[in-house]
Design a protein around this ligand. Structure first.
Ligand SMILES: Cc1cc2nc3c(=O)[nH]c(=O)nc-3n(C[C@H](O)[C@H](O)[C@H](O)COP(=O)(O)OP(=O)(O)OC[C@H]3O[C@@H](n4cnc5c(N)ncnc54)[C@H](O)[C@@H]3O)c2cc1C
Length: 395
């Protein structure tokens, strides 16, 4: 296996150093937490570190799909997630009050025929609870600042001066992954021009409480999705937006793009954010003893709500592969990348198509909506979209 060139500021592993752990996971977001819990459940020695003193409590990803709930079932977290989330049975594309494309999840061939709406903070809490119950923990705040590897092990250096020798190190450390950087794996792609505005609000008026609505209006796109406790998530693309949009900003978006007969009224703004989105994928998911999963391996637009889900599914698959590798089947780790990277490519392509559809220039929006209404007359098309959005297409 090719050794990563040593960095002068990082201690070199001494030949024959015993490993402190079998797997060191860098990053305790949804991907790292899922992986740590899955390894712990298998009895694999692992350590999980995160540079933050505590988990982020912001909403961010708000959807857990049917396929993710199926795959998380053996870990014992799906029931906890379902108990904390809200089951959205339908998804529709609308032009203000007119439904262009209704999509139902009730017929999905799954034990979870719905989209589960739940904040990322809640999802992470359920995963952490499970990890703790299995006897695991998160070491924080600990930042990875150096990483080398040899034939025997990988050696990680943390900001407190600790060195951890591990048989494998997993980068679940997000889009700006340090592990990916130390592994020298390119992260090719680009950035979307548009900014995304995201807000959790309390709404009155004409928005459903059991359905995710994607408004494709002449003034632009907006997603309005129900969350537990009577909240709604609003997502919209904008050219310019303040870093933390206020209630008036969100209200103006809803007035222009949302329902008209019974307009949605923002009663309270609970959280808001503006962010720019990239679509990128790691050239490979493995460099010797270093592996990537989640946003460290792939990022894309939030259209379709696939990001966090894809990361958790990577983690479950990687836990199996690491278990096999530790029993001597090293090829299992190559199979992990060979299986999961093409799926990430498909997810990025779907999110890209949805984003492009949502952001067509104003002159083409009426035509787009007319075409969508026509396609909606074709049940197989609607079924296929439900199949893809739920993640069941990647079974
Ligand atoms: C504002 C916002 C809104 C979003 N909205 C959506 C959405 O609507 N739908 C959707 O699907 N996705 C959304 N996402 C994306 C979603 O949050 C990510 O896909 C998901 O968090 C990825 O999980 P992850 O565990 O792979 O990485 P992350 O959640 O990024 O976790 C990485 C962890 O690694 C830690 N870390 C980083 N570097 C180091 C280091 N050197 N040492 C130690 N620890 C380190 C970080 O502290 C962090 O806890 C949104 C993201 C943001 C920021």
């Amino acid at each position: 296996m090719p050794a990563t060139p040593p960095r002068p500021d990082v201690p070199s592993p001494a030949a024959g150093t015993a490993c402190d752990t079998d797997v060191l996971i860098v990053g305790a977001g949804p991907t790292g937490l899922t992986l740590a819990a899955a390894l712990q459940a298998r009895g694999v020695r692992c350590l999980l570190i995160d540079r933050l003193a505590e988990g982020a409590n912001t909403s961010r990803a708000a959807v857990v799909h049917a396929r993710t709930l199926e795959v998380l079932e053996p870990l014992g977290v799906s029931a906890a997630l379902v108990a904390r989330g809200l089951q959205a049975q339908r998804f529709s594309v609308r032009d203000r009050d007119r439904v262009l494309m209704p999509i139902g999840f009730a017929q999905l061939p799954s034990r979870y025929p719905f989209t589960l709406m739940i904040s990322q903070a809640e999802t992470e809490r359920a995963l952490l609870d499970r990890l703790l119950a299995l006897g695991g923990t998160v070491m924080r705040p600990r930042t990875l600042i150096g990483l080398t590897q040899s034939d025997e092990h990988a050696l990680a250096t943390l900001d407190d001066g600790t060195c951890i020798a591990a048989r494998y190190v997993v980068g679940a450390d997000g889009m700006h992954s340090a592990v990916r950087g130390f592994a020298g794996i390119p992260f090719d792609g680009d950035r979307y021009d548009e900014a995304f505005v995201l807000a959790d609000v309390q709404l009155d008026g004409g928005v459903p409480h059991d359905e995710v609505v994607l408004y494709f209006s002449p003034a632009g796109m907006a997603v309005v999705a129900p969350l537990p406790d009577g909240r709604h998530r609003v997502v919209a693309t904008v050219d310019e937006a303040p870093e933390q949009p206020d209630a008036a900003f969100i209200q103006a978006l809803l007035d222009a793009r949302g329902p008209q007969r019974a307009p949605a009224r923002v009663r309270a703004l609970l959280w808001s954010s503006r962010f720019r989105v990239h679509h990128r994928i790691a050239e490979r998911y493995r460099a010797g003893r270093l592996l990537l999963a989640g946003d460290a391996a792939h990022v894309h637009s939030p259209a379709g709500g696939q990001g966090m889900n894809t990361g958790m599914l990577d983690a479950m698959r990687l836990a199996t592969a690491l278990g096999r590798a530790l029993e001597g089947d090293d090829a299992a780790l190559d199979a992990y990348g060979a299986e999961r990277r093409p799926i990430a490519q498909q997810v990025i392509a779907l999110a890209h198509r949805l984003t492009r559809l949502a952001t067509v220039p104003p002159a083409r929006r009426l035509l787009r909506n007319a075409l969508l209404s026509l396609l909606a007359l074709c049940p197989p098309f609607r079924r296929r979209l439900a199949w893809q959005l739920s993640g069941l297409a990647y079974r």
